[in-house]
Design a protein around this ligand. Structure first.
Ligand code: GLU
Length: 398
C-alpha cells in the first residue's frame, strides 16, 4: 500500500513558489540571478503598517482571535468594499484567511463536490486547477486569446457551460496576462451566471494595480442578483507589499462564508492576530504608498513591454494591470543550444535559468505553452540586466 493518499501523490508543488525558491537558493550560493519568478512586490511593507503590527505585539494582541477574523478587520474590509466598489456586506458575509490563496482553498472545499465542473479560463493562475481538483471537482479549461486581450468571449464560454457547471473563475486584472475585464464584459458574464445558475469566483487581488486610468469594476457590483452568485477573493499581499503577512479575505453569501468558517475552524483557526492589526492599518490608513508603488510598476511595465517587443520573434501583450508580462516566445521553439533542443516553455525557462541566470515561469504552468511569464515586481535596474541577458542568450540559439 502506498504511504501517500492519491490526492497527495498527484499533486505538484506550486511552480511559481518552486521557481522562486530555486532562484533564491542559487542566489544564496553566490550566483547572480535576476529573478522574474514569483509575483512578489520588491518594495518593503510601508512603515505605518509595520508600526501597527509592532504596537499589536507590544499591547499583547498575540492570542487567538475569532476564527474568521476580528470584527475590527472585517469592518475595515466592509468599508473598503463600500468605498471602492459600492458594495455593501455584513460581517457574516466576510471571512479573513491566511492569504487570498487560503480563502480560495476554503471556498473550493465549501462549494465543490465530485462531479462538479468549474470553468477556468486559460491562461490561469497556477493554483486554480489544483485547488479545484483537491476539492474533488473537475476544472474545465477554456482558452482565451491574445487578440481578445486574453479575455473570455461569449461564444467560447457558452460552449463549455453544462448542467454540471458549478462555478466560473475570473481573475481581473489577470495573473499571468495582465488582461482585465471592462464593465461591459462583466455584464454578459454575470447574465450567463444567472441564466445557467453557476457561481462566479472573482479573484480581485490585483484590483489596485492598474494602469492607464483603467476603471476597475467588481462583477458583484453589477446587480443584487449577480452579487448573490459571486464570491470575491481578495487580500492585502499585492497592494500593500505584504506577501509574508498572509492575510486574505473573501466576501459572499452568508451560508458559503459560514461553511468556509467551519473549514477554517477545523484546520488553521484564525489568521495571525498581529497581521490582522497590520491589515486594518493597510486598509484604513494612508494609501499614498500604494500610489507610489503602482507608478513604479507602470514605469517598469512600459519599459519591459517595449524591450520584449523589440526582440526578434517575440510578441508581448501590454498588461492593463497586475505586475506580470506574458510574452509569446514560441518562435524560438525548435531551436537548439549546443545541440540541445528547446521544444517548449519549460525547456526555454530552464535554458534562461541555466545559461542567462534569469528565473522565469514557463507558460505551460498557466495552461499556455507558447508563453513565458516574467514578473516585473523587481527593480528597473534588474529588469534591464535581465532583458540584456535574455537577448544575449537567445542569440546563441540555432
Ligand atoms: N501569486 C504569486 C505568483 O503567481 C505568488 C506565488 C503563488 O502563490 O503562486 O507568483
Amino acid at each position: 500500500m502506498s504511504q501517500l493518499s492519491n490526492r497527495a501523490k498527484n499533486l505538484k508543488p506550486s511552480p511559481t513558489l518552486a521557481i522562486n525558491a530555486k532562484a533564491k537558493s542559487m542566489q544564496a550560493q553566490g550566483i547572480h540571478i535576476i529573478n522574474f519568478g514569483a509575483g512578489e512586490p520588491d518594495f518593503d511593507t510601508p512603515d505605518h503598517i509595520k508600526a501597527a503590527a509592532i504596537k499589536a505585539i507590544e499591547e499583547g494582541f498575540t492570542k487567538y482571535t475569532p476564527v474568521s477574523g476580528t470584527d475590527e478587520l472585517k469592518d475595515a474590509i466592509i468599508k473598503k468594499f463600500q468605498r471602492d466598489n459600492g458594495l455593501t456586506y455584513k460581517r457574516s458575509e466576510i471571512i479573513v484567511s491566511c492569504g487570498g490563496k487560503h480563502s480560495f482553498y476554503n471556498l473550493a472545499q465549501s462549494i465543490f463536490d465530485e462531479g462538479d465542473e468549474v470553468i477556468v479560463p486559460a491562461p490561469y493562475w497556477v493554483s486554480y486547477p489544483p485547488m479545484v481538483t483537491l476539492a474533488g471537482a473537475t476544472p474545465v479549461i477554456v482558452e482565451t486569446k491574445e487578440e481578445n486581450g486574453f479575455k473570455l468571449i461569449q461564444e467560447d464560454l457558452k460552449k463549455v457551460i453544462t448542467p454540471k457547471t458549478k462555478a466560473l473563475i475570473i481573475n481581473s486584472p489577470s495573473n499571468p496576462t495582465g488582461g482585465a475585464y471592462t464593465k461591459k464584459d462583466l455584464e454578459w458574464i454575470g447574465e450567463l451566471a444567472l441564466t445557467h445558475h453557476f457561481f462566479i469566483i472573482s479573484d480581485e487581488i490585483y484590483e489596485k494595480i492598474i494602469y492607464d486610468h483603467f476603471k476597475f469594476v467588481s462583477i458583484a457590483s453589477l446587480s443584487d442578483e449577480i452579487k448573490k452568485k459571486t464570491i470575491i477573493v481578495h487580500g492585502v499581499a499585492k497592494t500593500y507589499a505584504m506577501t509574508g503577512w498572509r492575510i486574505g479575505y473573501a466576501a459572499g453569501p452568508e451560508e458559503i462564508i459560514a461553511a468556509m468558517n467551519n473549514i477554517q475552524s477545523q484546520s488553521t483557526s484564525n489568521p495571525t492576530s498581529i497581521s490582522q492589526k497590520a491589515s486594518v492599518e493597510a486598509l484604513t490608513g494612508s494609501q499614498d504608498e500604494v500610489q507610489r508603488m503602482v507608478s513604479a510598476f507602470e514605469e517598469r511595465r512600459n519599459y519591459i513591454v517595449d524591450r520584449l517587443n523589440k526582440i526578434p520573434g517575440v510578441n508581448c501583450f501590454k498588461p492593463i494591470g497586475a505586475f506580470y508580462v506574458f510574452p509569446n516566445f514560441s518562435s524560438y521553439y525548435g531551436k537548439a543550444y549546443q545541440g540541445k533542443k528547446i521544444s517548449n516553455s519549460t525547456d526555454l525557462a530552464d535554458y534562461f535559468l541555466e545559461v542567462a541566470r534569469v528565473a522565469v515561469v514557463p507558460g505551460v504552468e498557466f495552461g499556455a505553452d507558447s508563453f513565458i511569464r516574467l514578473s516585473y515586481a523587481t527593480s528597473l535596474e534588474d529588469i534591464k540586466e535581465g532583458l540584456n541577458r535574455i537577448e544575449g542568450t537567445l542569440r546563441l540559439l540555432d
